[in-house]
Design a binder for this molecule. Structure first.
Ligand SMILES: [Zn+2]
Length: 348
């Protein structure tokens, strides 16, 4: 089979398009023919060497996979040959104390999903969720690691309800654009935060009620307060982290919930703990996506209530262009690698 192999870490052109054996399908695995693979930030970090956890090179990376089940191991019960699937970011064991209490994303022996940059990949059954065949593969591939994480943040961790006001940082990012849509679907008033004035129409089209642009000085809390009669927002869904934390925290209302989804730059911040209890604030860590969250966003997508945003679809041979586009922040929506030449609609 054809694959883009990562031989060692390096710049975007480090990948080698190679002919490699089709992976073996173990008793608990499904063999998936990959139809589309989203280029995620974890792919970029694994390629350039900043993400090293469980990375043993050479490696076929790619965790945002949509494809068709072509074979199943003897122990597989939930999937059959011909099913369309999308992947979670990690597979879980299903038996540890976290898995048995609805907290599979913190599974003690979770394994990263990879292999989307090859024509076939063998994955544990738990990593794959059956999706409706009406969803195009290019839309389905990022449902788990992008839309599903937003579902985890908005519905299951920050528990947004009708009538609340929600501030979404990094609103045009992979998780951010789904956070905006899901908070609006939940009946909340959504304030989308962006640095880029050219994203205003894009964010309004997603369902954001207000768009706040971060000032050159990094400030925006006064604008958010002005949109909320000085009270602040009930919920922050923060996809950016330390770079916006204090302004987001200043934007939070009394008794507000603060969902921490992403940390883009990895800087430390200092917190005066009195600020937390004076505000009665709740700081909530959001991690990854469960099977149920993935299935639920797939259903919303099939019903036409939730929309993936696709920047471009490129053939696997153009993996370097795809990585460059994502790493330079040029994409509006997902950059997709396709293994099906009929779908190669991409712009480089
Ligand atoms: Zn487990």
């Amino acid at each position: 089979m054809k694959a883009a192999v990562l031989p060692h870490t390096g710049p975007p052109d480090v990948f080698q398009i190679s002919d490699v054996p089709v992976p073996e399908c173990g008793p608990g695995d499904v063999l998936v023919e990959v139809m589309a693979s989203g280029v995620s930030s974890r792919d970029i970090a694994e390629r350039n060497g900043t993400y090293r956890r469980d990375v043993v090179l050479p490696l076929i990376i790619g965790l945002e996979i949509a494809g068709v089940v072509r074979a199943t191991g003897d122990q597989v019960t939930s999937l059959a040959i011909g099913d369309h699937i999308a992947t979670k970011a990690f597979s879980s064991c299903g038996t540890c104390r976290y898995c048995r209490t609805g907290r599979e994303t913190t599974c003690l022996t979770r394994q990263p999903v990879r292999g989307g940059y090859g024509q076939f990949t063998a994955l544990p059954e738990d990593a794959c969720v059956k999706i409706p065949k009406s969803i195009p593969f290019e839309a389905a591939c990022s449902l788990g690691p992008a839309a599903g994480v937003a579902m985890n943040a908005v519905r299951d961790t920050a528990r947004v309800v009708m009538g609340e006001t929600v501030l979404v940082s990094g609103a045009s990012s992979g998780v951010g654009l789904f956070s905006v849509q899901l908070a609006a679907l939940a009946g909340a008033r959504v304030i989308a935060l962006s640095r880029d004035p050219t994203k205003v129409d894009f964010l309004r089209d997603l369902g954001a009620h207000e768009i706040v642009l971060i000032g050159k000085d990094g400030k925006f809390a006064q604008q958010v307060l002005a949109h909320t009669d000085g009270e602040g927002v009930d919920v922050v869904i923060d996809n950016v982290g330390s770079a916006v934390f204090w302004e987001c925290f200043q934007s939070l209302a009394l008794h507000g919930r603060y969902g921490v989804v992403g940390e883009v730059v990895g800087k430390r911040i200092q917190v005066n703990l009195a600020r937390i209890f004076f505000k009665r604030a709740q700081l909530l860590g959001v991690g990854s996506v469960s099977r149920v969250q993935l299935a639920d966003v797939a259903a919303l997508c099939a019903e036409g209530k939730l929309h993936a945003r696709i920047d471009s679809v490129l053939p696997l041979e153009q993996v370097a262009q795809a990585h460059r586009r994502v790493e330079m922040g040029l994409a509006s929506g997902r950059v997709i690698l396709s293994h099906n030449s009929e779908l190669d609609l991409g712009k480089a």
